[in-house]
Design a protein around this ligand. Sequence first.
Ligand code: SAH
Ligand code: SF4
Ligand code: F3S
Length: 467
Amino acid sequence: MPPLAPAAHPPSPARRYAITTFGCQMNKADSERMAGILEAMGYRHEEDELAADLVIYNTCSIRDNAEQKVYSYLGRQVQRKRHNPHLTLVVAGCVAQQEGESLLRRVPELDLVMGPQHANRLGSLLEQVESGQQVVATAEHHILEDLAKPRRESTVTAWVNVIYGCNERCTYCVVPATRGREQSRTPQAIRSEIEALARQGYREITLLGQNIDAYGRDLPGITPSGRRRHTLTDLLHFVHDVEGIARIRFATSHPRYFTERLIAACAELPKVCEHFHIPFQSGDDQVLRHMARGYTVSRYRRIIRTVRQYMPEAAVSADAIVGSPGETEAQFQNTMALVEEIGFDQLNTAAYSPRPNTPAATRADQVSEAVKVDRLRRLNACAERCIRHRNQRYARRVVEVLTEGRNPKDPQQLMGRTRSNRLVFLPAAGHGLGDLVPVRIEAVRPFSLSGCSLSEPQEQRLLSGQR
Ligand code: SAH
Ligand code: SF4
Ligand code: F3S
């Protein structure tokens, strides 16, 4: 068995590490855990990756351009390594998992190639590197409970992994191959992590999973009524009363598994924020079938309708792909129509990118790059119009903001988020980080709001009466 804990003896005089993270929140959370392991080993954090002794690229391969980025970054490090043989170069994350050994052939200067399931093993993998080996860690692996304390970016909000991997088989997607089978953490392990976060002063947690609605389906247990004992809904109830935590979020939701029971729990549990990220990918049933998403557009509409019945103020965001294989102009128009109809608060859009070893990539009816670019431009314009319109509902309203940090462009201001996940700027005077502040919105922009804080008791009462 490899040792679980990082090396007990610190490396000689504080080596400095830098981690550059690409991709989704899952990768960001993995990077924070890897940074925690390195600091426990005695490494010091270095902002400048060109000055560090150990460089980790935590990579993403969701689209080809994300993957290519890492090769250009690596090029500069390979140059450095020619003059500095003690430089340790690590590629972690989804490109590492996807490419494995072949990454070593392409970049022989690498010391360690490690897939996402091995993030918690960084300490023992580096020990192998120090003994002179070039290491590839991409075997399917049971993810160990974290022993190292993550080095978190924020002191107010924190990510908490609840399920790793993905068992879906969306035909365009590389994630099941890079992140492996679903592995749920136990409710007790999740709750203990949240309690520890609360003790450190964290106010908000985001429960993370690629398909968070799958939480618990790999854990044993059936209730007397024949239902799975461990679901996301049960987990929300189980962690809700941790004292000190004011807000709970979760991502990413899959329309196939998004239940009314979950929606009702979100409405009932006051700490669960009214923001739902539910990617629809396409507004056309045939395209959804080709994607093997397992739901129809009308089911998606029904979910959003139910969310809004329970929580009229809920914000909804989503992801959509244009130009997937065989997508016709009429099918693309169905996506545009759905975006107009739903009124999203935020939309991530992407042109379909063929990925290695995925069924969609082998189809003969690929859409040309020119058509993809054109559809992406049109969808973005449509989404921006809708989002602008939707943002107007915040004008002059009083919202509850959790202050998360200083505005990097103006130290006189704090920034924070509404429960609906809108970024808000407010004057810093009189407030610290981690405060819940009632703010009257004075300016509405496409990606942010700003306003002034209200302290009159009457306004406070108005605010708490909103839910
Ligand atoms: N698990 C989430 C999202 C995972 S990846 C879900 O099921 O929705 C994040 C987003 O990247 C996806 O929602 C999708 O919109 C986009 N994406 C994934 N594969 C892609 C590909 N091959 N080309 C373009 N976009 C892709
Ligand atoms: Fe990819 Fe589908 Fe899994 Fe999301 S649910 S990570 S899109 S395979
Ligand atoms: Fe990218 Fe891997 Fe996340 S491919 S989007 S980093 S799961």
